[in-house]
Design a binder for this molecule. Structure first.
Ligand code: CAA
Length: 269
């Protein structure tokens, strides 16, 4: 997600600092950007020179303090509330006083992340969708303390990125994952209970509902660990058993079958 966000910002003309924890991960991020832009060069929607210019606007780094001059920092670390809270605390120390701190979290409370900083009015959710260069939506989440000024700035910036900002208040899973994840979880229950094969479940939803991917394919695409983390946020946040994650999803995550990124999920890659 991080490299997708960096690519979209650089393509819109912004200078970008892309920070990751290690050189290998940064290298993988830059390779993903290269591949993604090359699709458009191959389709003659982007010149090789323009691609190079986008690439040069992205400065990869492993040093968090390189974010010191940024007017906006978009966090896209692992979907774990402790990790994210710690990152926000650190960013709050590093960033300029007027910088906005955004999270790409798919379900964690923006209010809680804001409370970890001395600038909760400047903390907001910018939830991009995967694959970031293709998907039009950015779900914008206001925490309890997010100011109108911060919201307006992010709304405007999202449009400059060529995306459509749609607003929502802070609530577990926001709108996107409150609606999407129970559908995916239900598809996993159907597989678990032997109601239908993976191909039937996906085919029924693709051909019958015109979804671009069936729910099990989409779960593999998102990452099963991410799906489980989101279901846990919904389950804990609402305290309602209708959000309990399917045991099959838990078993796959325990086995390290995380979907496309690990080579195996509900399908093999
Ligand atoms: N970078 C750039 N372009 C890409 C790309 C990438 N990584 N992946 C696909 N594309 C482009 C292709 O170049 C192609 O462009 P054109 O049609 O303009 O030529 C277009 O996207 C379609 O790609 P393909 O023909 O290769 O494949 P497809 O038609 O099967 O589409 C897909 C692929 C766009 C991923 C489509 O299957 C899809 O929309 N799937 C659903 C994705 C989805 O639901 N995402 C949200 C997940 S939830 C989330 O992200 C948030 C969360 O919190 C969990």
């Amino acid at each position: 997600m991080g490299n997708g966000i960096a690519q979209v910002a650089a393509r819109a003309g912004f200078p970008v600092v892309m920070r990751d924890v290690g050189e290998d991960l940064l290298g993988r991020g830059m390779t993903a950007i290269d591949k993604s832009l090359q699709r458009d060069v191959d389709k003659e929607r982007l010149t090789a020179e323009a691609k190079q210019a986008i690439f040069e606007r992205i400065r990869p780094t492993t040093d968090l303090s390189d974010l010191r001059e940024a007017f906006l920092i978009v966090e896209a670390v692992t979907e774990d509330v402790q990790v994210k809270t710690e990152v926000f605390r650190t960013l709050d120390r590093i960033a300029k006083a007027d910088a906005i701190l955004a999270s790409n979290t798919s379900s964690i409370s923006i209010t809680r992340l804001g409370a970890a900083t001395e600038r909760p009015d400047k903390v907001i959710g910018m939830h991009f969708m995967n694959p970031v260069p293709v998907m039009k939506l950015v779900e914008i989440i206001r925490g309890a303390a997010t100011s109108d000024e911060t919201y307006q700035q992010i709304h405007c910036l999202t449009e400059k990125l060529g995306k459509v900002p749609l607003e929502c208040n802070d609530s577990p899973g926001f709108i996107s994952n409150r609606v999407l994840m129970p559908m995916i979880n239900e598809a996993i229950f159907a597989l678990y209970e032997g109601v239908a094969s993976r191909e039937s479940i996906d085919g029924i939803m693709k051909l019958g509902m015109n979804h671009p991917m069936g729910p099990l394919t989409l779960a593999d695409f998102i990452g099963l660990d991410v799906c489980l983390a989101i279901m846990n946020v919904l389950h804990d946040g609402f305290g309602d058993s209708k959000y309990r994650p399917c045991p099959l999803l838990k078993r796959y995550v325990d086995a390290g079958w995380l979907g496309r990124k690990s080579g195996r999920g509900f399908y093999e890659y």
